[in-house]
Design a protein around this ligand. Sequence first.
Ligand code: ZN
Length: 261
Amino acid sequence: MTESFDTKLLPDALLHDLGVTEPSEIDLDVLAWRVGATVRRHRLRDCEARVTGFNDRAIITVTDNVAPTRQRFSIAHELGHWYHHRGYALTCRSVEIGSADAARNDAERVADRYAADLLMPAYLFHARLKAAKASDWTGVRAVAKEFCVSPLAAAIRIIESDRYPLLLVCHDAQGRRWFKAANSLQGRCFPRPDLDSDTPAFALLYGHREQQKPCSSPGLTWFERGLASQIPVQEHSMSDGNSIYTLLLLNTKDLDRRASR
Ligand SMILES: [Zn+2]
């Protein structure tokens, strides 16, 4: 795929150019117009969003039967394709937008990165994380609301920021689908493939019981081996009706202490 390298059209440059100083000022229709794209919202059957371009103009179409936060992420994702993959007509299915699943192709990951940079720019997002803790779903939802994104999109961005020793694990009835760890935990924690029946996450998957607050669980319920299996972990899960998303917060001081023994 071809790459466009006009740095003035990168997310931070666009947002600064438009004078955006608050998350509420991130207007995707205006940003799209700034890069030559028009956004249309109507029902799509075979995909969630698509971008069709000709010369310097593009039309981005997003399906209107998903939540507004999801529509925003999909539009930003298509703007990512418009920047990085100009000259290609792209259609994106739901599973290709806004996931941390490493099995997706590079183009989808690149478009998601652009979307996250546009909707949750580092210069606003990091300041927000400094102001209040967001290491469980209650905190993550508050951040998501402020930036008008889904809790899942905010959680992935928070983990990528490496602000907390946090993992996000996604399970469904077939077992673990994917997980994403903060950089500070890379290579130190590998979650079990199946949910332990003693965890609130398991109750949420099979009993549909909401987990209102995070709780502490033995590390062994989440990690088969390694130092992470020897210390308690804070877990908090939410469901989207199909999958369970669990935030696991580790105590890195405990990890480091055990590692030095
Ligand atoms: Zn895509």
